[in-house]
Design a protein around this ligand. Sequence first.
Ligand code: PLP
Length: 387
Amino acid sequence: MRTASRVRLFQESVIREMTRIAHAEGAINLSQGIPDLPAPAQLKSAAARAIGEDHNQYSFTYGSAELRRALSRKLAKRNSIRSDPEDEITVTCGVSEGIVSTCLALLDPGDEAIVFEPFYENYLPAVHLAGAVPVTVSLTPGEWRLDMRALRGAITKRTRAVIVNTPMNPTGKVFTRDELEDIAALCTRHDLIAVTDEIYEDIIYEDTAHVSLASLDAMADRTVTVMGFSKTYGVTGWRVGYVAAARPLSEAIRKVHDYATVCAPTPLQEAVLAALALPDDYYDALRSSYTERRDLFCCGLLEMGFKLLPPAGAYYVLADFSALSGMADREFAQFLVREGGVASVPGGSFFSKPADGTHLVRFSFAPGMSTLKEALERIGKRLRELG
Ligand code: PLP
């Protein structure tokens, strides 16, 4: 049976494939970014209450009015983004839907969208689904700095958008204010839209500061800010995120959202209101818990001989194993999962040219300390046996 050509432009997610192998092999799954912190009790009881009180039908398609008002306050206070809850905020089924709806709403066939690589693997399919063309720009290998010459060189007459993920999956990079200002200047000069994915905004280490591109001068009207509840509150299965954008952009995004999903889950929209009311010490505890995991896991990998740049944000590490094995990334990841009992993601899946990631694997350190300790032991044991 024939399928649409646009779907042939991309493959099944390697992360989900590795997760399936992890299940089949009974391996520790460090391939998918699944937090194992329990969701806050306030959220769980708010969700149960909302269902009990029969908030079970479609919500207003753009999201409950109360939630949009709360999000507008949160965006102003924590991200320095001003947004009208009536017209400029849309509650989506996670960041994933937010990104796809944005691409479908704002990109025409033939338009080009810039994606920094190594990239989170959802962006390319999202751009392809819109009939547009992803143009990748490499960050400097190993240090993952923004190369402005490469970025400038990638701009053509067809460039319409730049997708910026900060804090970044898979590198753990947090774009600095200077880097974002350079991107902003380029967007203004070439009349581009910026689409940001800020799902890891609350998972940052040391004194790193998360800066929202939309808060920078002249970016408010040309940035689509996509954020979500999945990671900060440990509710990846709830599928609630949101998109903030100036009215004309939001209007277009809302049309796609409406026909694609009708609305995000109604009782869970009620429940995430409780998330927005959590005190500051919730976020401090979240950060210190992930800092502990990052330190344990990254030190463990470094001691074994992996090379890596400790992440400044998010909960992934892209580790270079070339000093330990001559295998290619897929082979190494298969070896780790089938013989070592630890699932990772082959580095090539984060690059447009998979050869650029052939010496890398990505581990998620979202699981708890005891799981991470066990994973380190397993990896160390298998590598020692490898010689
Ligand atoms: N964006 C990035 C960078 C991610 O790493 C993930 C999940 O791993 C998502 C988006 C998915 O977000 P959501 O659960 O809100 O769809």
